[in-house]
Write a protein that binds this ligand. Structure first.
Ligand code: BT5
Length: 253
């Protein structure tokens, strides 16, 4: 029987067959004072959420639809780094299944340009202290290619589609929570630098020509690096641009 290997992440589990969004449940629990490391899992989400009010396709028993409640001690402006930390943990766990995935800034795990995983980090802070961070992660584990809705067929994939076999969601969850706790503990003790260094190595974005769809404007350039806050640095004809939030598409060369 597989067992959790963590000291606190996943020691309190809220499991649902059907839920609107695991992030919504996790935020409710966090507001009620649940312990750090509480996780919410659902077989199916009726209103799975992406960023900017976009949806997340979450079919019954096909994926891992998970939210983790953390209560980090670092300042609120460092919270976006939780997304990068989660992406590195996720890439490690996914790679251990044999899928050679990469990270697309800021929140996607891709294989061959198709999305395997999406991450949605939401924060609640008062004054200059974080109350909680909820890291929501959706992994397409055993979704068959034909099960994706039409509009996702060209942009989404699953571990089972890549590997040609079903993958144990329990084993993957245990590996993911293990990596997440290791990296989160490391970030608390040593800071984020080693995690950002690993992120750079796993990146499918750096060094590539990109189109940036920012909150207020769009531009093109070469993705050069991420800075210490996790922002993407893009070289454009007009100079360096720092992208804190937005969408980036890697352009075909
Ligand atoms: C994300 O947003 O990628 C964040 C997704 C986070 C989902 C998890 S599941 C557990 C937790 N509870 C929630 O309610 N959410 C989190 P974004 O970068 O905005 O990408 C959203 C876009 O990805 C959509 O507009 C679709 O184009 C595409 N998409 C939707 N469902 C997908 C899927 N299952 N696989 C791949 N792509 C998908």
């Amino acid at each position: 029987c597989p067992r959790l290997t963590t000291d606190f992440i996943g020691h309190s589990i809220h499991y649902y067959t059907t839920v609107s969004s695991t992030n919504n449940e996790a935020k409710r629990l966090a507001n009620e004072g649940c312990p750090e490391g509480t996780i919410v899992l659902a077989e199916e989400q009726k209103v799975g959420r992406g960023r900017l009010a976009r949806g997340w396709f979450s079919p019954f028993a096909k994926g891992i639809w998970l939210s983790v409640v953390l209560r980090p001690k670092f300042p609120p402006q460092e919270a976006p780094k939780c997304t990068l930390l989660a992406a590195v943990a996720m890439a490690r766990a996914v790679r251990a299944t044999g899928v050679n995935c990469g990270i697309k800034w800021p929140n996607d795990i891709l294989y061959n340009g198709k999305k395997l995983v999406g991450i949605l980090t939401e924060m609640n802070a008062e004054m200059d202290a974080i109350n909680y961070v909820v890291i929501g992660m959706g992994i397409n584990v055993n979704t068959d290619a034909s099960e994706f809705p039409e509009e996702l067929r060209d942009i989404a994939t699953s571990l089972s589609s890549v590997l040609g076999r079903t993958v144990s969601r329990t084993d993957l969850l245990i590996a993911l929570l293990h990596e997440l706790e290791l990296l989160y503990t490391q970030a608390g003790e040593e800071g984020f630098s080693p995690i950002l260094a690993e992120w750079r190595k796993l990146s499918a974005t750096l060094g590539q020509p990109v189109d940036v769809f920012g909150i207020t404007r769009c531009f093109s350039g070469i993705a050069l690096d991420i800075d210490e806050d996790g922002a993407l640095i893009v070289q454009t004809e007009a100079g360096l641009e720092k992208v804190i939030a937005g969408d980036v598409s890697v352009r075909a060369k």
